[in-house]
Design a protein around this ligand. Structure first.
Ligand code: CU
Length: 484
């Protein structure tokens, strides 16, 4: 039996202003509900009192209407992670302006099936199961956020990791699970190899893995063939990080895959191999295998002529506190760092660790072709980053460790079948090169999905200008758009 598992670390908040009786219509009521995990109960913000939120099942090309009613205590915006809202930036975030941490509990899966009349480019699964990895904190989530903003420290360790809202039986007061994140996670299923067939809602050339590593809000489609002896097998997820022991949550979340039939299961269930928390090699040997199908039925459109070259260094810094950043926003985000240095050196001058604070974005002409290289730096200590762009998907054309070499590395780019993604894991002291065409007018947030980093300021916005034709212009704002 083949089982397709959709793993989603995304968070969906959404409101809509389309109205058509013929379209499927969903109602999301955002409100608080009591939930008990790890022996304690607290009120969390939910969609329809569900945690994780409801799953939406759609076919490619469908238009759906979601009516959202906010009965919570905070203003919210909704973000459809990875689903483009063409010419309509009005209701797709941006986070940070509202309370991003609310998505710790307000999130759910959107499953897109093939267009009606077509099928998958891989064997049709017998069963499809969404798996959402998450985190649980006993503390009120807004208090966590406020502490983080105030102290800019690491005092935000989660109390548990979750699979579909449950921590699993390795935690106290927790039952086995039958089948905002701030950390990268390893994930594996005991005795089973999984086949990767998609990522961020784009198909991949299939490849097999015994474990995978995902950055916050990255999504993958994996096929699991139930070809082992009937038994109970743990699936498990644990952290990958480069911070020091004690500075991260080293627990493991589990769920159990149970085969049908008459047999005596091993007790405890078979446990999978997961790499050590700091095995960088294990965390990065995954992404280079991602390749688009790039065939006649699934063509790619990677920009070959680039007119906008950008090189953004990623470093930990400190947030704009108490409105210490000037103005609301500007358009002067530099295309290149002011100083090129040995970004990944073991020792770097202390004075470079002090960031210049700002709220600058980058204006892009409509249809400009952009190549953006993310270069992680070793400033402070270096870190992994999960970079996410709104409004556009992008092709990952190159990646590597250490400093990007502008003369040599572009020669190694994959321009034949690069994967189309919206969230990528830029490894500590590594780089990634992406390409996209700026063909969606609007203001689009781009940020690191490790929430501490975003709160500390690791984010900016692309302001994509309108094009000439009416179809290349932003739609008007909704009539109920709140004023500034
Ligand atoms: Cu980051």
């Amino acid at each position: 039996m083949k089982v397709s598992i959709y793993k989603l670390l995304g968070f969906l908040l959404f409101f809509s202003f389309y109205h058509c009786q013929a379209w499927p219509r969903y109602e999301f009521v955002v409100k608080e509900a009591p939930y008990t995990r790890l022996c304690s109960t607290k009120n969390i913000l939910t969609v329809n009192c569900q945690f994780p939120g409801p799953t939406l099942n759609v076919n490619r090309g469908d238009t759906i209407v979601v009516d959202v009613y906010n009965r919570g205590n905070y203003n919210i915006t909704i973000h459809w992670h990875g689903v483009k809202q063409p010419r309509n930036p009005w209701s797709d975030g941006p986070k940070y302006i509202t309370h991003t941490w609310l998505r710790a509990t307000v999130h759910g899966a959107l499953i897109i099936y093939p267009k009606i009349g077509t099928t998958y480019p891989f064997p049709k699964p017998d069963v499809e199961i969404p798996i959402i990895l998450g985190e649980w904190r006993k503390e009120d989530i807004m208090q966590v956020y406020l502490d983080l903003e105030r102290y800019a420290g690491l005092g935000v360790l989660s109390d548990a990791y979750l699979i579909n809202g449950q921590p699993g039986d390795l935690y106290p007061c927790s039952k086995p699970v039958k089948a905002i994140l701030v950390d990268n996670l390893f994930f594996a299923i005991a005795n089973h190899t999984v086949m990767m067939v998609g990522s961020d809602a784009s198909y991949l050339k299939p490849f097999n893995r015994t474990f995978i590593c995902l950055t916050p809000c990255q999504t993958v489609d994996i096929l699991l063939e139930a070809n082992q002896s009937p038994n109970h097998y743990y699936m498990a997820a644990s952290v990958y990080t480069t911070v020091l022991p004690g500075s991260y949550n080293n627990s493991t979340t589990t769920a159990i895959v149970e085969y049908n039939g008459n047999y005596t299961p091993s007790s405890p269930p078979v446990f999978p191999y997961l790499p050590e928390y700091n095995e960088t090699e294990a965390s990065i040997n995954f992404a280079p295998s991602f390749r688009s199908l790039a065939d006649k039925e699934h063509p790619i459109d990677v920009p070959m002529e680039i007119n906008t070259h950008l090189f953004y260094t990623l470093s930990l810094g400190s947030p704009c506190k108490n409105n210490s950043c000037p103005g609301v926003y500007g358009t002067n985000l530099p295309d290149f760092p002011q100083l090129f240095f040995h970004f990944t050196a073991d020792y770097l001058p202390m004075e470079w660790e002090i960031p210049q604070l700002g709220t600058e974005g980058r204006v892009l002409d409509y249809n400009s072709t952009v190549e953006l290289v993310f270069q992680a730096t070793n400033l402070i200590k270096g870190a992994d980053h999960g970079m996410h762009l709104y409004g556009h998907s992008f092709y990952v054309v190159g990646l590597g460790l250490w400093n990007f070499d502008k003369d040599k590395d572009p020669l190694t780019y994959n321009l034949v079948d690069p994967p189309l993604q919206n969230t990528i894991h830029v490894p500590r002291n590594g780089w990634m090169a992406i390409r996209f065409k700026a063909n969606n007018p609007g203001v689009w947030h781009m940020h690191c999905h490790i929430d501490q980093h975003m709160v500390w300021g690791m984010g900016t916005a692309f302001i994509v200008k309108d094009g000439e034709s009416p179809e290349a212009k932003m739609l008007p704002p909704p009539p109920d758009m709140p004023p500034c």
